[in-house]
Design a protein around this ligand. Structure first.
Ligand code: CTP
Length: 399
């Protein structure tokens, strides 16, 4: 609930501005008061009248409106809220913020405010991926701003990829989290993700097909519920989500060290596809082709990070969740794995190539708990993550 909270909502100029109307409706339904600010470009996409009607308040549109300055100056306007939300946050608005411009009402408010700021970026995928935007994003995160989204998907411009504004309910959850209202606020959660790379020599390594998509989605979902997330990731195909503490690693042993350094945590989610073995003595220099003999690789077992944390003598988290990637007898193997490793839950999935799950956008999982096995229908990896995060929140906050 957001009763008694005042939000300053800056609506930037992008097609996603239409979603800001739904966002206002949902915020007001939760008891929040919304003061809307519409940029000049934003007013090309939604009208001041519809914004004002939904917010039930006057819309601020121009820096040099002398009546507004007499009634409520921009400094006061920027500080009267509990949170400033920018949705959609366009590439241009992000650039202005990162560089400290103050040449219209929105950018001036963002410079003058002493209130936390949450951005919901929305732009064309190439604009999002552009090094300038990514630099600006890093600057803004470094300045302590919070970010929700963008999501990947079909875009209004006909392209596909990250750039779509987060959905209104995701933004509501991020607002609640930013205001310390999320169910996982104050909880520290560790997530491992991605594959590990085990070196053969300085240029070759052994890896697996994990993209890191499921672990990344879980970290994003937990952060959206207010958790402080330590995200320990091997070399993944997808970028880490914003708003989490990222610890990049390469090998299983580095991942183990990073996990141990992150303890204590309230919950630990082991989504990484850790290599079971590493090359016993990786060569320090590149192995050269030798016509007279083929190289022979000898393997040794990697430490089992999940089992180590599940059986930790002093720092075992209250909830430990493992994953089981199987190709046959999925549930039986996963149940045996839960018992063997000593974790609380196992998220089991069938990664046979025919399922298209490994490296794909969807997942079909079974949640194995001490109470039994739940079969979840096939859904997007983000939807699996959101459902799992909600279950984790329920487990951690149960009386
Ligand atoms: N895991 C881990 N450390 C390892 C291997 C696996 O933390 N060295 C974790 C994974 O992150 C996952 C779970 O253990 O949460 C299951 O991994 P999996 O490789 O499927 O299980 P294994 O025990 O290796 O069993 P098998 O390969 O025989 O299926």
């Amino acid at each position: 609930m957001l009763a008694g909270k005042r939000l300053l909502l800056i609506i930037g100029g992008g097609i996603a501005a239409y979603k800001a109307l739904d966002l206002i409706r949902r915020l007001r339904a939760r008891g929040a008061a919304v003061t809307p600010v519409l940029t000049r470009a934003g007013s090309e996409f939604v009208t001041p009248l519809s914004v004002a009607a939904l917010a039930g308040e006057k819309v601020f549109t121009d820096l040099f409106d002398l009546t507004d300055e007499a009634e409520m100056g921009h400094i006061q306007l920027s500080r009267s809220a509990d949170l400033v939300v920018v949705a959609p946050a366009t590439a241009d608005l992000m650039a202005k913020m990162a560089h400290g411009h103050a040449n219209d009402l929105a950018s001036t408010l963002l410079m003058a405010t002493d209130t936390p700021v949450l951005l919901a970026p929305a732009m064309n995928v190439r604009m999002w991926d552009h090094p300038a935007t990514q630099r600006n994003l890093a600057t803004l995160l470094g300045d302590g701003l919070r970010v929700v989204g963008p999501n990947a998907g079909d875009m209004a411009c006909g392209e596909y990829g990250p750039g779509r504004m987060a959905e209104p309910l995701e933004i509501v959850a991020a607002i609640e989290a930013a205001l310390g209202q999320g169910p996982l606020t104050g909880k520290r959660v560790l997530v491992t993700s991605g594959p590990t790379h085990e070196p053969i020599d300085p240029v070759r390594y052994i890896a697996n097909r994990s993209s890191g998509a499921q672990g990344t989605a879980i970290a994003r979902a937990l952060a959206a519920l207010g958790a402080q997330v330590v995200f320990i990731t091997g070399p993944a195909d997808v970028p880490p989500p914003p708003g989490v503490q990222v610890v990049p690693v390469e090998t299983a042993r580095q991942m183990q060290q990073a996990v141990e350094a992150a303890l204590p945590v309230d919950a630990a989610i082991f989504a990484a596809a850790v290599a079971d073995w590493r090359v016993a003595s990786a060569s320090g220099s590149k192995i050269k082709k030798d016509a007279s003999r083929l190289p022979v690789l000898e393997f040794v077992e990697n430490p089992d990070i999940l089992a180590g944390v599940s059986q930790h003598a002093t720092l075992r988290p209250a909830l430990v969740v493992g994953f089981a990637a199987e190709t046959d007898d999925v549930i039986a193997h996963a149940q045996a794995k839960r018992a063997r490793k000593g974790c609380d839950w196992i998220v089991a999935n069938d990664v046979s190539p025919s399922t298209g799950i490994m490296g794909g956008a969807e997942n079909a999982v079974h949640l194995i708990t001490p109470e039994g096995c739940e079969d979840w229908p096939r859904m997007s990896k983000q939807a699996v993550a959101d459902k799992l995060a909600a279950r984790i929140a329920a487990a951690l906050t149960a009386p």
